[in-house]
Design a protein around this ligand. Sequence first.
Ligand SMILES: Cc1cc2nc3c(=O)[nH]c(=O)nc-3n(C[C@H](O)[C@H](O)[C@H](O)COP(=O)(O)OP(=O)(O)OC[C@H]3O[C@@H](n4cnc5c(N)ncnc54)[C@H](O)[C@@H]3O)c2cc1C
Length: 390
Amino acid sequence: MSLNGQKAIVIGAGIGGLAAALGLQASGAEVTVLEQAEAITEVGAGLQISPNGLAVIQKLGLADGLAKTAVRAEAVNLRSHMRGDLVLRLDLARHAADQKFYCVHRSDLISLLAGAVRDRGIQVRLLQKVKSVEAGPDPVVHLANGARIEGDLVVGADGLHSRTRVALNGDDAPFFTGQAAWRAVVPNDPGLGPEVQLFMGPGQHMVCYPLRGGDLVNIVAVREQADWTAEGWTHSDDPDNLRAAFAGFGGLARDLLACVDKVGLWGLFRHPVAEHWHSGRVALLGDAAHPTLPFMAQGANMALEDAWVLADALSKAGTDGEGLWHYQQRRRDRAVRVIAAANNNAWKYHLRQPPVRGLAHLALRVGGMLAPRHMVRQFDWIYRHDVTAG
Ligand SMILES: Cc1cc2nc3c(=O)[nH]c(=O)nc-3n(C[C@H](O)[C@H](O)[C@H](O)COP(=O)(O)OP(=O)(O)OC[C@H]3O[C@@H](n4cnc5c(N)ncnc54)[C@H](O)[C@@H]3O)c2cc1C
């Protein structure tokens, strides 16, 4: 079924919403994006785009644009926290040479997607806060300003606090995952090469990688904490709080933390993966359907995959209902599996007991020595999954 002439409303101009707008328009829909913010922006931080997400960016015609602003990662180095000793080197350049893993500034990726949306004539309406969505064969979007908008198809790409999710799955508040993340971007004074560095400590870890031709370094520092008492789920913080929380981290990690002069802190909240991804002519995607911990760096990649599959499933089905059913069939189990892998990494990175941590690191070292290729390729089911193929 072609989407020709169908009026599609996409709620949210994040990575998922913009990609969905491009995919649906390419399938013939007339797309309008509704965004609550006054501008299309992203937090000043980095993002890892893995080959599975890149496959979608490629099909949207934006891979060259991404390559211009991103850094291609050649390896991921897992290190212990105290001195930064190497535990495991995942040599991507050697064992996954045919694949591209990118580190990109979030605002560069959003600008790329938003530029394509503009160039292709898709309407983006800013300052349009959605209050509620009426699902059904003739869906209606209600805005906070009292306006109502009808569409043939409504796509909720409205993130963790999605109103669309509520319409499809009822009102369940996101829960605190027991993890908080500081995010900062610093000048690359320590001269980090094109590799990801991950420092593992008791109850906390830190990930760093270069951005923008290697001029900048992105820092994500995650720490377990019992609860989240701050109002809202993100606020700016004093860099000394970050340094104090990671005082046990030495070597390169400490050098990088010394460079931080501006930092934000996020409580990591999530929902279970939504039971219902569609109802009537309304669908969910990205964080609205399945917020995840960032420990596999897959949230945005999964949003890109969802966006592609949604447009593909709709354009191949006989009816919208059939297309949306196929969309959920193709996506939900994979989302559940990827999220479980991310949760598992939280446990692996944060081992607290020194003997247990020592043994686990020894196992990784031995694995890296005996089967370096296997250590890289064990996540092929995530990275080599190409939703655009076939
Ligand atoms: C610390 C951290 C590090 C991460 N690192 C990575 C990584 O390396 N790789 C990766 O793939 N993922 C990563 N992620 C996850 C990734 O950022 C998210 O999964 C991804 O941005 C989700 O995209 P989205 O489009 O679904 O939602 P969002 O980016 O949340 O976009 C939702 C949009 O909807 C708008 N909106 C919300 N409500 C309304 C409303 N009522 N009306 C109108 N508009 C509305 C919002 O303003 C926003 O623009 C990380 C996350 C965190 C917290």
